[in-house]
Design a protein around this ligand. Structure first.
Ligand code: UDP
Length: 238
């Protein structure tokens, strides 16, 4: 279902890697810049954010090093909550009104995930940050962004990337013959193994008619542009 309110409503996916600037933990300068770019669009767009946690832990990596996968994935999910709280703080500083909802109960720091309440927040101009992924091991936050977008009737999923400005036929940082793609269908993306977003997220969007835009966080201002609906990066459609 892709429908919706009259105002543009989007889910923005931010990777944990972006929050850490390639390092472990949170880089306040980067998160503050991201928050300012989000805050600049709140008067025109209803915004929910799904944050990743790769700057802390990725379950699959920890399990390859001997940990139980489920437990390692829960550590990954807890990492996303730390990022959510950091973003909440900097959004407040930037003049926005953020609310964090967590898929794992932790009522001292976040509301529980309640989709109707999230929609109500957005209608009031608040930015909703979804933390703790789906609360389920073996999922990624890309997939959660797609699922949340469907559940709260967003118009589009916006996937912000660092180090790349769109989807390419191959990794442009490794393959000089890689060419940039402006529009692609989910089926083509899956068939051609375009891995910039995970395949579960692609197929969920494909099966439910949700559009996705994959764009680069650089240069500064791109997050605001994407939120406002500028056609930057690559549009992926069903
Ligand atoms: N994760 C999970 N279930 C979810 C979302 C995330 O198990 O619904 C775990 C998983 O271990 C993942 C980690 O949290 O590796 C961090 O999320 P992700 O890798 O999507 O973050 P990103 O790469 O976007 O920073």
């Amino acid at each position: 279902m892709t429908k919706t309110t009259e105002r543009r409503r989007v889910v923005l996916k931010l990777s944990g890697e972006a929050f850490g600037g390639g390092q472990l933990g949170v880089n306040p300068d980067i998160v503050s810049q991201i928050a300012r770019e989000i805050a600049a669009a709140t008067d025109q767009v209803e915004i929910a954010v799904v944050v990743g946690g790769g700057n802390f832990f990725r379950g699959a990596e920890l399990s390859q090093r001997g940990m139980d996968r489920g437990r390692a994935d829960y550590m990954g999910m807890l990492g996303t909550v730390m990022n959510a709280l950091a973003l909440q703080d900097f959004l407040e500083q930037a003049g926005a009104e953020p609310r964090v909802q967590s898929a794992i109960a932790m009522t001292q720091v976040a509301e529980p995930y309640i989709p109707l309440r999230a929609e109500r927040h957005m209608e009031k101009g608040r930015v909703v940050i979804f933390g703790a992924g789906a609360g389920l091991p073996y999922f990624s936050t890309d997939t959660v962004a797609a699922q949340r977008a469907l559940e709260i009737s967003a118009h589009e999923v916006l996937v912000a990337k660092n180090g790349v400005d769109a989807i390419y036929t191959a990794d442009p940082n490794k393959d000089a013959s890689a060419t940039r793609i402006d529009t692609v269908t989910y089926r083509e993306a899956l068939q051609n193994g375009l891995k910039v977003v995970d395949s579960t997220a692609f197929s969920l969007c494909m099966d439910n008619g949700m559009n996705m835009r994959v764009f680069g966080m650089e240069p500064a201002g791109n997050i605001t542009r994407a939120l406002l609906g500028e056609p930057i990066g690559t549009l992926v459609t069903a």
